[in-house]
Design a protein around this ligand. Structure first.
Ligand code: MSP
Length: 511
């Protein structure tokens, strides 16, 4: 495996929302990009099903936890199918094989001498499934994220000796290539520099969890179990759990893509757990920002949750994928604004790219019989060629660093340059004099070829739009890798073009 990537494993306390859809779309684009680059990709996603939060939600819905998890897990799978997410593995932490893996992992960590028994006292947020760093003497403290009162806990827990890994983790989080974006690295370094404390990995009185084999009455802390879901996603589910087989199955991940709120778990706790078990650590952790809606946090109580299923039915996946990845710098927080969504998609996809293709096809129809014009090599103009080749380079480099916004901008810039090129060259005037026919042929060829390059490059971002662009150019054969076709000048002269048809209909504002 050349490239393994993961989304977080989403809690099944509620239906999927725009936040989880955002991460999954970003990962899907990255997975598609690497496949097109010719890499062997393993794209893991799934759900995190244990813990008190889920136990309580199931109870509130009068379901047993497993029934509840089955229901919500199906919502996720259904949504990812609708969004055409090209996942390779879908992990459920309530599955039998995952339970077996957790037990095996635990015994490795125990053998390393990194498990001890202790007492955990503190303020706990069930929403975050996390102890908060708040003095015991605080009076009715609240979780800042969930705005709910924290619960006091004082219980016997098993601890993972994170403190044994202080120097290794310091080195890791300080390295240049582990935490992305760079702006989030400092906060993690500061946390580590305060001194790592052992963290509790078991709970008493939480029935809905994986049992700790040698401590009856204890279940594993949901985060200890959930992080191991990434290993479950890598190991071949049809075979016995074999940690020695990890490498040939795609371990370690090239990148864990997560939200900024769970960076600490992924950049500190998780690598230490893996070091303890003698397994390789992920190469990179990317913590993206949070989405708000029209300037406000999204939440049920505010009544402003954007249902990803309804959103998809209203506007289609190309528009949504394009906007979320093009408008918000991946890594930074972003605000979803409906009017801006409509305007951006219409300007970029319908006007800048769509019209470029449409008007060039119309000119080809009128002057060259609906075929790709024959080039006159003596008049070869390399302006768009140069711009296309440099766009390919920039686009690939940005994409591989998850800089989707820059990558999308490169495509729009290229289409804009082609539009300017047409306007500057005025083929509609030149064609009036037959002496210019060859020059016009070259102009049209250059723009069509630029459209082909855009149609190929846009595929990981908007796969369906890519297909429509290629089909307009008469290229109906799907492509899986772009190495053989991502070169200038491969559009065949004399090839039939399709009847001009808008590749992206304009979106209309719906409430
Ligand atoms: N179950 C844990 C992850 C375990 S990974 C081994 C979890 N699940 S979650 O469902 O609560 O969150 C999943 C991801 O969604 C997190 O990365 C979180 O940051 C992200 N988002 C939740 N709300 C979000 C927004 N409003 N915007 C963007 N992403 C957000 O945490």
């Amino acid at each position: 495996m050349d490239f393994t990537l993961t989304t977080p494993l989403y809690y099944v306390n509620d239906q999927p929302h725009l936040g989880s859809t955002y991460t999954t779309l970003a990962c899907d684009a990255l997975a598609r990009f690497h496949r097109l680059e010719g890499h062997n990709v393993l794209f893991i996603t799934g759900v995190d099903e244990h813990g008190q939060k889920i136990q309580r939600t199931a109870k509130a819905n009068s379901l047993n936890p497993q029934e509840h998890c089955d229901l919500i897990s199906n919502f996720y799978l259904d949504l990812w199918t609708r969004y055409e997410i090209t996942l390779d593995r879908y992990i459920r932490t309530s599955s039998k094989s995952h339970v077996e893996l957790v037990h095996k992992f635990y015994s490795r960590v125990k053998e390393s001498g990194d498990i001890r028994i202790g007492r955990q006292k503190g303020w706990y947020c069930v929403g975050c499934e996390e102890y908060k760093d708040i003095p015991a003497s605080s009076d009715k403290p609240k979780c800042l994220i969930h705005q709910k009162e924290l619960e006091w806990r004082d219980e016997e827990n098993l601890f993972f000796c994170l403190s044994n890994y202080q120097s290794q983790i310091e080195k890791l989080v300080g390295s240049e290539n582990f935490i992305f974006p760079k702006s989030r690295q400092k906060e993690i370094i500061n946390f580590v520099n305060q001194g790592l404390k052992d963290f509790s990995i078991s709970r008493v009185n939480v029935e809905w969890g994986i049992n700790v084999p040698d401590h009856p009455g204890h279940t594993f802390y949901v985060w200890f179990d959930a992080l191991l879901g990434y290993l479950s996603g890598t190991l071949d589910k049809n075979k016995d759990i074999d940690f020695l087989a990890l490498n040939k199955n795609g371990w370690p991940p090239s990148v864990h893509v997560i939200g900024k709120d769970i960076l600490r778990f992924h950049a500190i706790y998780w690598p230490a757990m893996l070091m303890s078990a003698g397994l390789e650590i992920p190469k990179k952790v990317f913590g993206h920002g949070f989405l708000t809606r029209e300037g406000q946090k999204m939440g049920k109580s505010l009544g402003n949750v954007l249902d990803p299923k309804i959103f998809l039915d209203s506007y289609g996946s190309d528009a949504i994928r394009w906007f979320l990845l093009r408008d918000i710098e991946f890594g930074q927080d972003g605000d979803y604004q409906h009017q801006r969504f409509i305007d951006t998609v219409n300007n970029d996809l319908s006007n800048t790219i769509g019209n470029l293709l449409n008007r060039t096809l119309t000119m080809s129809r009128n002057w060259f019989n609906g075929k790709v014009p024959i080039l006159d090599p003596t008049l070869r103009n390399s302006e768009l060629e140069k711009q296309s080749l440099s766009a390919i380079k920039d686009y690939k480099s940005d994409f591989s660093q998850l800089a989707y916004k820059n990558a999308s901008q490169t495509l729009i810039d290229l289409a804009t340059k082609a539009n300017i090129y047409l306007n500057d060259n005025q083929p509609w005037n030149k064609i009036k004099d037959p002496i210019n026919k060859n020059e016009v042929a070259n102009i049209i060829y250059n723009v069509l070829e630029t459209c082909r390059i855009i149609g190929i490059l846009i595929k990981p971002l908007t796969p369906n739009l890519s297909r429509r662009i290629m089909s307009q150019l008469g290229l109906n054969k799907d492509f899986e890798v772009w190495q053989p076709i991502l070169k200038w000048g491969l559009l065949e002269e004399g090839q039939n073009l399709s009847l001009p048809d808008p590749v992206m209909n304009k979106l209309e504002l719906k409430s």
